[in-house]
Design a protein around this ligand. Structure first.
Ligand code: GDP
Length: 426
């Protein structure tokens, strides 16, 4: 049985916490897209961790963590992360890396940095981890697959081909030092040594696991609104963030994904640029940012202050729909306990007409939020484990959101820890 844990919004919805929690009853946890550009923050009995490449199942002895073929594999970062968790007392996790995953090279990171520099104020707000140049090369068919590391003749030939291409950009567009063949080969040889013990045909491994009735969790990065096809293009990431892509990026049959748990945060937040209709500013925003998440809304990878806003039913309904949601995990609800009244965005006004359909980017730029204001519950709800024990106004908020987004909220997260969860039958 395969379950996907994905995001409905801009990312940072709390997928890491939900995956870590569900991994207790899973055999394998698979990353199927994205790279080390975004992160998950997880708090458990070992401490607080920021994971970027490792799946959020690495904290259990019984799970195998799989880096699927769809991932942008940054080998030094993966190793750095393994070291950082084992240094903090986590037992060495069992990790498999797809032999079809492609490798983020140091020149991808450089290209990302140089391009952001060149664009100046018009940049895409990249985290400069090389993700966009990496995926561009993958689809231009000049990427390095893990399996290719073991073919020396191929490496020699390909390095030269790539140098010819990249050095034109380095010299004439960016005016930077040129790449050297031997340095690239050395880099590839280093990666070969590092990754060799972990490389495997992970799709075949997952197929076997399915035959044995194992439980597989697919862990998504970012959320629907950052999907390159269905998100707020061009302020999107470079690989699909949808559960459907889980089949491709992990190499499993699509019909095996039986449950899609879409994580929706009880208010909105976004790192980086892009349309965000229910964004708030000033003191109101500063207070939510300070109280938000676990220790404030600051990016797990970048440390950048997150933009914050009220819950957006239009974006979340759309976000859930594109994911193919079977369950919504509604997270970080405890943070809203300080508010007397809570605005919820229920529609977008565009050119004088109110819509509840999430439009394409050009219309989004014109959209103004239409709010309904719900009463707050004015207390701390952390520690509550039963739905009926939540204050009435808190339940009202959850039920209001559920009705507007049209998908069942079956889990409510009221704190950053594994055990801070309320299961709910609809
Ligand atoms: P992800 O990328 O979707 O995994 O999200 P992040 O890890 O970037 O951001 C979620 C933040 O919220 C992390 O700091 C979590 O520890 C925290 N968090 C997750 N669930 C809850 C919750 O229910 N309440 C609170 N207060 N914090 C939470």
């Amino acid at each position: 049985m395969v379950k996907a844990v994905v995001g409905a919004n801009w990312g940072d919805e709390g997928k890491g916490k939900i995956t870590d929690m569900l991994a207790e009853h899973a055999d394998l946890v698979v990353r199927f897209q994205g790279g080390a550009n975004a992160g998950h923050t997880i708090k458990n009995h070992y401490g607080k961790f920021s994971l970027h490449t490792l799946p959020s199942g690495v904290f259990y002895n019984h799970t195998t963590s799989v880096i699927g073929n769809g991932v942008a594999l940054d080998i030094p970062k993966l190793f750095g992360e393994i070291k950082s968790i084992t240094d903090q007392g986590v037992p060495k996790p069992k990790i498999l890396v797809s032999d079809r995953a492609q490798i983020v090279m140091s020149y991808h990171v450089l290209l990302d940095q140089y391009e952001e520099e060149r664009l100046g104020g018009k940049s895409f707000g990249s985290t400069k981890s090389g993700i966009a140049p990496f995926y561009s090369d993958k689809y231009a068919k000049i990427g390095f697959q893990v399996s290719e590391l073991f073919d020396e003749a191929l490496l020699q030939e390909k390095v030269q081909r790539i140098l010819d291409l990249k050095n034109i950009l380095f010299e004439h567009l960016y005016h930077k030092p040129l790449l050297k063949a031997q340095e690239l080969l050395d880099e590839l040889h280093r990666y070969r040594e590092m990754v060799a013990p972990y490389a495997a045909d992970t799709a075949a491994y997952l197929q076997q696991a399915l035959k044995e009735d194992k439980t597989i969790l697919l862990e998504g990065q970012l959320g629907t609104l950052r999907d390159p096809e269905h998100g707020i293009y061009p302020m999107v990431t470079s690989s699909p963030t949808l559960a459907g892509y889980g089949a491709v990026g992990a190499g499993i049959p699509p019909y095996e994904i039986k449950q899609v748990i879409t994580v929706c945060k009880a208010y909105s937040s976004a790192v980086g640029a892009g349309e965000f209709v229910s964004e708030i500013f000033g003191d109101e925003a500063e207070e939510l940012r300070r109280r938000g998440g676990d220790g404030g809304e600051y990016g797990a990878t970048t440390g950048r202050p997150r933009r914050v806003g009220w819950f957006d039913c239009v974006a979340s309904r759309y976000g859930c729909r594109l994911q193919g949601t079977t369950d919504v995990a509604f997270t970080v609800l405890d943070v809203l306990g300080y508010l007397d009244q809570i605005p919820v965005c229920v529609g977008y006004e565009i050119d004088g007409t109110v819509t509840t359909e999430f439009p394409t980017t050009a219309s989004l730029k014109k959209a103004k939020p239409v709010y309904e204001v719900l009463p707050g519950w004015n207390c701390d709800i952390t520690g509550i484990r039963k739905y009926e024990e939540l204050p009435q106004n808190c339940r009202r908020y959850i039920e209001f959101v559920q009705e507007r987004i049209g998908y069942p909220i079956t889990m409510v997260s009221n704190g950053p820890k594994r055990e801070d969860i309320i299961y709910r039958n609809n």
